[in-house]
Ligand binder design. Structure first.
Ligand code: GUN
Ligand code: ZN
Length: 434
């Protein structure tokens, strides 16, 4: 059942391509009095309001969002659905955090009812923060994947995710085997991939928790279903890296492991990519694999500083994400702000056009989905957010002195959170207000 036809009116902002630094106005399409026509869950016309309204059927209801901004919904390219109760856990760095907090919490997802309860709040939270698509690790239990996709289907959201494959170095209650991980992943993939808006992601957790046999099985699955994404973690933490290389002594570096099992490619998302050597970067470029920057997590777990400029000059694609529950906010605005600071520490300063591109069209391109999400272009899915740069007292005060759209976007990024998200449309349906 699709949402009824409607017109949105407001200040539309959408990216046509990646902005090349400050002042690259040609990368955006902006209409101060803009319109979007939404029919059958799709954007069917976009542009100046008068021109779009002229194309709407007689009597189409109009929602006037002026003076707020209308943008494509945010896309979160890496987070962990079963870590909604792990966020904000006081812990040491990655490996201790996994053992002390994460693995215990993930065990509860054996129970379908627990997964369903968490899913409901999880999606409410994404919507509150203006995230309309996310790419999640579920737990190793097929039940968690069912809970995750069932709730997404109920809300009509384009969500990606998969069962975490892990068969060693974790509690027995979380471990599968190479064979059962293959069988369960395959069954879930065949059920969910392409059903409605769901897309399945093959999900070996990382080399520490997978035997060579299991990585081999993940590679087999990817060869059999090359249309699916694959996600894993790499080069996040120095202790993680040395343990990994002990477990795979025949490989020269971390990426070589994933390379050997055929896990790389344009649909491969590699979380973190902080401590990368030059060889790894060239293999990333050659295979088109995507480096996923998770700033709040990298700071929270003390993992290190993602080097965006080095990725760019090496020709490596990069995406940005929250990494809940290592990450500390569901908000892509908070995430852009922390990412900005991580790059500032390295004398890399992104313009707000670049950061807002990253969280929308850029992440869509990283997922090879920019023809469906991440922009306001006609023919794409009507996942849209309404942002108010003067949403709070302090934002309103600062916004009085804003002189440009770039200023307003930067205020949103630096001071904004879910309070700045006035409405979130999923396939044309307003989920907060309607
Ligand atoms: N590496 C392997 N598993 C995880 C996880 O759950 N979170 C983070 N941040 N890194 C990981
Ligand atoms: Zn992660």
């Amino acid at each position: 059942p699709h949402a009824p036809t409607k017109l949105l009116r407001g200040r539309t902002v959408s990216f046509l391509r990646r902005p090349m630094g400050a002042g690259d106005e040609g990368a955006l399409e902006v209409h101060e009095d803009g319109g979007l026509l939404i029919e059958n869950g799709l954007i069917t016309a976009a542009g100046g309001y008068a021109e779009v309204a002229a194309k709407a059927p007689e009597g189409t209801p109009v929602t006037d969002h002026r003076p707020h901004l209308i943008l494509p919904g945010f896309i979160d390219t890496h987070l962990h659905f079963p870590q909604a109760q792990v966020i904000a856990s006081w812990a040491d760095q990655l490996l201790d955090w996994l053992n002390d907090h994460t693995f215990p919490a993930e065990q509860r997802f054996a129970d379908k009812a627990h997964g369903a309860r968490i899913a409901s709040t999880f999606y409410d939270t994404l919507i509150a923060h203006g995230t309309t698509t996310a790419v999640a690790y579920c737990s190793s239990h097929p039940n968690s994947v069912e809970a995750y996709f069932e709730e997404a289907e109920r809300r009509g959201m384009r969500m990606l995710g998969g069962k975490t494959m892990m068969d060693r170095n974790a509690p027995a209650a979380l471990c599968d085997t190479a064979q059962s991980a293959y069988d369960d992943s395959r069954a879930l993939l065949e059920k969910w991939h392409g059903r409605g808006r769901a897309l399945y992601v093959i999900t070996p957790r990382f080399a520490i928790t997978s035997t060579p046999e299991q990585l081999e099985a993940a590679g087999t699955l990817l060869r059999e279903f090359p249309d699916c994404h694959l996600q894993t973690h790499i080069n996040e933490n120095l202790n993680e890296i040395s343990y990994t290389l002990e477990l795979y002594p025949q490989d020269a570096d971390y990426l070589a492991i994933y390379e050997r099992y055929g896990l790389l490619g344009r649909k491969t998302l590699l979380g973190h990519c902080i401590h990368m050597n030059g060889r790894e970067l060239s293999v990333m470029r050659e295979t088109g694999s995507v480096a996923v920057f998770c700033p709040t997590s990298n700071l929270f777990l003390g993992s290190g500083l993602f080097d965006k400029a080095r990725m760019d000059s090496a020709g490596v694609r990069s995406a940005i994400a929250t990494d809940i529950g290592g990450g500390t906010s569901y908000s892509m605005l908070r995430t852009l702000d922390e990412g900005y600071k991580v790059l500032q520490l390295q004398r890399q300063r992104l313009h707000p056009y670049e950061t807002f591109y990253w969280a929308t069209r850029g992440n869509a391109e990283s997922l090879s989905l920019a023809d469906r999400i991440g922009t306001l272009e006609p023919g794409t899915e009507a996942d849209i957010i309404i942002l108010n740069p003067a949403a709070t007292r302090e934002m309103a005060l600062r916004a009085e002195t804003a002189r440009s759209l770039a200023d307003e976007l930067f205020i949103l990024q630096t001071l904004g959170d879910d309070r700045a998200v006035m409405e979130t449309y999923v396939a044309g349906v307003g989920m907060k207000g309607e």
